[in-house]
Design a protein around this ligand. Structure first.
Ligand SMILES: Cc1cc2nc3c(=O)[nH]c(=O)nc-3n(C[C@H](O)[C@H](O)[C@H](O)COP(=O)(O)O)c2cc1C
Length: 202
């Protein structure tokens, strides 16, 4: 393992359930892979931009022609994409917000899911190019979504698995921190999730 990329999104600092579990995972990974580089991207500190016209043109593979692309506008996307492709393991620690991912995480995804870099169109569909990377998702939520009536409302884990699979990251494990807004579950949710770290194939 050469590089681990950890993306954290919650703005709740010390109170964040997803960050607490990510911290415990980081400690385990550090002990297992002492020589691996841990790259942490805190998306509450870095405000990644939404894609604008110049960036879209710069990262396009179709239009405009190569010579006319404003390449400097691709700099951030290039950097984040290189960082992802250089990582053997991607850890995404995210809250569920309004049944989906926070927009800060979507901004990162929009910058790294790139034609010609992390996927390409092939004869029989799409080819993911980030095949050397695997992923662990840490997802915290106020309710319970892995079982019961709210299951269809989970647009976090299925979406992340789908979009990561699209770029070739198909080895994806998930740790859920559930019931943070349910008094009977909230006090034990983080420690329960930390226990499930034992079951991960690291
Ligand atoms: C803006 C916002 C939207 C939220 N939306 C949902 C939601 O749709 N479903 C849910 O179960 N919990 C929701 N929650 C609760 C969070 O998912 C829960 O507090 C979780 O622990 C947050 O992760 P964190 O502790 O890492 O910040 C929401 C919280 C906030 C602040």
């Amino acid at each position: 393992m050469k590089q681990i990329l950890m993306i954290e999104i919650s703005p709740r600092g010390q109170d964040s359930a997803s960050r607490a579990v990510a911290e415990a995972l980081g400690t385990r990974l550090g002990a297992l892979y002492p020589s691996a580089k841990l790259v942490r991207r805190d998306l509450t500190r870095e405000h990644l931009p939404h894609l604008d016209e110049r960036t879209l043109r710069a990262i396009s593979t179709a239009d405009p022609p190569e010579a006319k692309r404003p390449k400097e506008a691709a700099h951030l996307s290039d950097h984040l994409t290189d960082e992802l492709l250089a990582s053997d393991l991607l850890v995404i620690a995210t809250p569920m917000w309004n049944f989906g991912i926070p927009s800060a995480l979507k901004a990162w995804i929009d910058l790294v899911v790139r034609p010609g870099r992390t996927f390409q169109y092939a004869e029989n569909g799409v080819l993911g190019l980030a095949k050397g990377t695997r992923a662990i998702l840490i997802i915290s939520s106020g309710g319970v979504f892995t079982d019961g009536p709210w299951r269809p409302w989970d647009y976090v884990e299925p979406y992340l698995r789908q979009v990561l699979g699209f770029i070739g990251i198909t080895d994806v494990q998930a740790v859920r921190v559930e019931g943070m807004n349910i008094p009977a579950l909230s006090s034990g949710a983080v420690s329960k999730a930390k226990e499930t770290l034992e079951d991960l194939a690291l």
